[in-house]
Design a protein around this ligand. Structure first.
Ligand code: NAP
Length: 313
């Protein structure tokens, strides 16, 4: 199968896909593309984590470069900016060392806007295209194919990718390279204070002697309702603190946000507070829990527990 040209519409019959990063998000997202009939090659640092996708019919590559050499469009959703740099830009094993001219690279990791710009420039030098397309909607959004996708890069390329994005959720074109990342970071700033509000409300309701489950239900259709409440309210009540969305990744996101605030010369005190509270979870060795574990910080501050078995306050 030939590499896609700019004019060719993307479809299972003429587009070969590559997918790098088969963790909480990548696993579910990639499965949607395979189920839609695309020929797909995967690469993951821990090969065994790609097994469920191989069972669905994916092929496995031994490096990002090998994967790129047999793909027209390559997606990545790894952990940190350093991982993005390594899988995409490494001169001997990275995607850009293997992608043919006309190939498209779509990085869906939450990463640094400046890195997205750097990748786009490196891709252009090879006559390839690059789009930054981080997502929001959590593990549930990935499973259900209902993610919000924030795309930055060439508008025609983003438009051309629509048949693939629509299998994962809804794409929103935000502007040139890096603007997808900026949109996602602004999204994280909004979520940060929402999460603080959610767990503070829960502790307050608990101390006031309310049935917290009933209270969550009651507020969910009012002005305090939110996706964060829908995603995490019940998990907190059931003491399900599994990721979801890793605390470590949220600390990474909020750190990038704060760095950008410094560049912009703006003060966002809610962001700074949330970042400090999340850093304290890491300090307690809780970085691999889900972000709903913020309840633990508020419980420690107030010497209460919302855990089902306990009735401490
Ligand atoms: N989970 C969410 O709700 C959510 C929502 C929106 C955005 N995000 C963002 O999406 C990204 C992925 O999140 P996730 O929850 O899916 O994390 P995850 O479960 O840790 O998945 C990351 C995957 O990438 C692989 N990987 C990391 N570095 C790699 C490298 N250098 N080379 C090859 N593979 C590498 C990991 O391999 P291993 O298997 O070896 O660890 C893992 O399978 C993060 O940037 C996160 O901030 C997450």
């Amino acid at each position: 199968m030939a590499s896609s040209t700019a004019a060719e519409p993307i479809s299972p019959s003429n587009t070969r896909l590559g997918w790098i990063g088969t963790g909480v998000m990548g696993q579910s997202m990639c499965a949607h593309l395979i189920r839609a009939g695309y020929t797909l090659t995967v690469f993951n640092r821990t090969p065994s984590k790609a097994q469920p996708l191989l069972d669905l019919g994916a092929h496995q590559a031994h490096s990002p470069q090998a994967l790129a050499s047999q793909s027209d469009v390559v997606f990545s959703i790894v952990g940190y900016p350093s991982d993005v740099r390594s899988v995409l830009l490494d001169p001997t094993s990275g995607v850009l060392s293997g992608l043919l001219p006309g190939g498209i690279l779509v990085d869906m990791t939450t990463s640094e806007p400046s890195l997205a710009v750097e990748i786009a420039a490196a891709a252009a030098e090879k006559n390839c295209h690059s789009v930054d397309a981080p997502v929001s909607g959590g593990d549930r959004g990935a499973k259900n194919g209902t993610l919000a996708i924030f795309a930055g890069g060439d508008k025609d390329t983003v438009h051309r990718l629509e048949p693939l994005f629509s299998l994962l959720g809804k794409v929103n074109y935000m502007g040139g390279s890096g603007k997808g990342q900026f949109a996602k970071l602004a999204n994280q700033i909004t979520i940060a204070s929402t999460m603080v509000g959610l767990v503070e409300g829960m502790v307050y309701a608990h101390k006031a002697g309310l049935d917290v489950g009933l209270w969550l239900d009651a507020i969910s259709t009012g002005a305090a309702g939110s996706k964060s409440l829908d995603l995490y309210g019940q998990r907190i009540l059931k003491r399900d603190l599994d990721p979801g969305f890793y605390v470590n990744h949220f600390v990474k996101d909020l750190g990038i946000c704060l760095k950008e605030c410094q560049n912009m010369g703006i003060a966002l005190p809610g962001l700074a507070l949330a970042q400090q509270l999340y850093v304290s979870l890491k300090a307690h060795g809780e970085g691999n829990l889900g972000t709903q574990a913020l309840i633990l910080v508020l419980e420690r501050l107030n010497n209460v527990s919302l855990a089902p078995a306990a009735s401490s306050s």
